[in-house]
Design a protein around this ligand. Sequence first.
Ligand code: AMP
Ligand code: GLY
Length: 427
Amino acid sequence: MNELQIPQRPRVLVLGSGAREHALVWKLAQSPRRPQLFVAPGNPGMETLAERVALTVEDASGVRAWAATHGIDLVVIGPEAALAAGVADALRQAGIRVFGPDRAAARLETSKAFAKQVMQAAGVPTAPFRVFDDAAAAADYVRTHGAPVVVKADGLAAGKGVVVADSVDAALQALDEMMVQGRFGAAGRQVVLEEKLVGREASAMCFVDGTTVVPMLPARDYKRVGDGDRGPNTGGMGAFAPVPDAPPDLGTIVSERIVRPVLAELAKAGVVYRGVLYVGLMLTAEGPQVVEFNCRFGDPETQVVLPLLASDLLEVAWATAGGELAAVPVQWHEKTAVCVVLAAEGYPGAPRTGDPLLLPDPAQVAEGWLFHAGTGWRDGQLVTAGGRVLSAVATGWDVATARARAYRLANQVAFSGKLFRRDIAVL
Ligand code: AMP
Ligand code: GLY
């Protein structure tokens, strides 16, 4: 087995500012390699673990210049906007090791039409689909084929660009908003129409170093704001891992039937994938089918998967970025993790911000962590500063224990207008 050539006290920059990135920084900080951690722009929760840097994550040349002058050994990219802006390309061109795919590979997330075409060419199980860039032709197709049908804006739309339409009218309205009224701008000029899949969802994230694929534990997230999956879609209101109703060989299915064929298809165009490939699955009666790809860690899935990772994330990320993943064993704790997202009143519409936050003493928290997202400082006081404020995460030997701990933690946090689901990980 090759020894990884990791420098002494490596200097690692994480890009992003959410609870996902707090979890990444928290896990990297546990590395026996004792990394020096930087985060841009980060949030108050990370300040004891990493030095915050005022960089814009989509500013490829700014990130590259800062990383080069500060001797950064590894950059870990959190958000898709940075991938879409070519931050990974810019860093690689400067010879800086980076965890996250180049822009060409990130098209698996930034263009749903591209993702479907790659899947079709690679023979990956996914819903039958058609791509349209003409609004009248798309509407004709819907009238002819009827409902249900799923309407998807091609480009990035902050999780709002998908409508599962159970009637022809709903589908036509979605098409009109996307293609005619331009609700998502250029991202909705092209749409994918696809067959509705029935089943439960699972998020299967994989470390991919170009050739080696290592699946993480499958997770499930809760996208709707209200209990019982009611109300509008959000960035995610909670998650748990692993998923007990996923097939036991899901990791093998995902790497052999989905990720490897996709990598082979990308390779035909000279595209190499390095980072996390997030496979969003529907567990249907005919087996797992791909609903979407994301080219980065999921949020809130990361907050439940990383506490279960027994291996050193720094080594895994270093090896993934350098094409050396086969040299690193990736091991997991046999536990369950549950994440309850604490959101601000008004989320996901127009959340109220600026409310003072009271957090429990960390010593009072058993096997639990509060990962910050929308928090900020005002006159030395911690206040709410975004829609999703905190992730309350806990682990336990079984779902019931982890769940009870996560909810106890959620209840130990106080701020006006605190909003959270009561049914996360209720199986
Ligand atoms: P996406 O952004 O593609 O993940 O879609 C967002 C959500 O829409 C998914 O998590 C699913 O809940 C739902 N969805 C997307 N595609 C389908 C499909 N073909 N059938 C049923 N639900 C879907
Ligand atoms: N949890 C879904 C996402 O990260 O996009």
